[in-house]
Design a protein around this ligand. Structure first.
Ligand SMILES: *Cc1c(COP(=O)(O)O)cnc(C)c1O
Length: 380
């Protein structure tokens, strides 16, 4: 049950997206001007606010469209998914809406808060293994045993078509002169749907994928001309920490995506702050990726007065990570630097160090003796 339905030609996605049934459960989210980002980049930056969905991400669009398109008898038996994140909540909400059973397999290491948020949506939870791969394998076993339909987070044409409604809404609600749309990329379901729609309707608009530089599965796949498996992926942006791009998303992305941009953790943190400044909402790291990509693109292209759309894809942020994000944001903005210096253990040398720093503010200062041998000699 894990194999995606057969491949769909990118052009044929237009019909699938137009026919996608997502609005029983998904909101048509606003496309809002971000005043601060627009001013600071010298362009018009618009945010597609998918963080405002009921489950705080776009994932319910694809999940619902997949489930509603199942054969009714099969659907009535229920669905299963492997996820500790936004896909789990999307599937759980879609299943509840349709009054069917949802079983979500999560690794045993999943934080309690994520387990309870899925349980509150009425899904059953099975904890299995230590990694996502363990949970995924177990979900496939359970799917076969209990005749449940496996709902893939991205490698499925019906899921892709559901996510594609985000692109449809952007072109419908946005101004006529959009220059580029920036899309966060994990397994690639969202960008496949969005790019298939945009390239069919408005091939002049650039579709640009954004990934963390430590989880570049689509970037590397497009470069290599085939899907690659990353040895390791950074998990800071947990919504997009995927080791291999989906087969069907990769096929569509090859034809419809103009380029991929990679951003650092610090740049993602800075983007979370930008979004906060403009909306007073907190994006999760994956949700802020596209804004980080816009900033990098503007810097590289030195473009002005263009309309640039960034998909703010989600807001499922762990509260306890906010401190880390706030600290790194300053580094990402290059307003603050972190450096180490060795100064002689002599009276007056700290003053000379401060003179060298000049009028710049010091936000934190730590010191220690670096070498006891030298300390003895200089103070002896
Ligand atoms: C799943 C997810 C993505 C990436 O979507 P894919 O279809 O896997 O590429 C981006 N942002 C958030 C918040 C997500 O939950």
């Amino acid at each position: 049950m894990s194999t995606p339905s057969s491949a769909v030609a990118p052009g044929a996605y237009v019909e699938k997206i137009r026919a996608a049934r997502v609005y029983d459960v998904a909101r048509e989210t606003p496309l809002e001007r971000a005043p601060g980002l627009s001013r600071r980049t010298g362009n018009t930056v618009l945010l597609k606010r998918e963080d405002l969905q009921q489950v705080f991400s776009f994932k319910l669009r694809g999940a619902y469209n997949k489930i509603i398109n199942l054969d009714p008898e099969l659907r009535a038996r229920g669905v299963i998914a492997a996820s500790a994140g936004n896909h789990a909540q999307g599937v759980a909400l879609a299943a509840r809406q349709l009054g069917i059973r949802a079983l979500i397999v999560m690794p045993k290491t999943t934080p309690e808060i994520k387990i309870s948020s899925v349980r509150e949506l009425g899904a059953e939870i099975a904890l299995h293994g230590n990694t996502y791969d363990d949970a995924y394998a177990h979900a496939n076993t359970l799917a076969a045993e209990q005749v449940l339909t496996f709902i893939h987070p991205y490698d499925d044409p019906d899921v892709i078509a559901g996510q594609g409604t985000v692109g449809m809404e952007i072109l419908r609600d946005g101004p006529g002169d959009i220059a580029a749309i920036f899309v966060p990329v994990g397994g690639g379901g969202l960008i496949a749907g969005v790019s298939a729609w945009v390239k069919a309707m408005r091939p002049d608009i650039r579709v640009i994928g954004v990934e963390p530089d430590d989880a570049p599965c689509m970037h590397d796949a497009l470069l290599a001309g085939e899907r690659v498996v990353l040895e390791q992926v950074g998990i800071f942006a947990d919504g997009v920490a995927v080791r291999q791009a989906g087969e069907e998303p990769f096929r569509v992305a090859r034809e419809c995506v103009d380029e991929m941009i990679l951003v650092s953790t610090d740049e993602i943190c800075a983007a979370i702050k930008d979004i906060f400044d403009d909306t007073r909402t907190i994006a999760e790291p994956a949700g802020a990726l596209a804004v980080a990509g816009v900033k990098k693109y503007v810097e590289r292209e030195a473009c002005t007065d263009q309309v640039l759309v960034a998909i703010d894809s989600g807001a499922n942020m762990n509260f306890d990570r906010l401190r880390h994000v706030a600290e790194r944001a300053e580094l990402g903005e290059r307003r603050e630097v972190l450096f180490a210096a060795t100064i002689p253990e002599r009276p007056g040398s700290f003053r000379r160090f401060c003179d060298a720093i000049g009028l710049r503010g010091i936000t934190e200062f730590n010191y220690r003796y670096s070498d006891p041998a030298r300390r003895t000699s200089s103070w002896a």
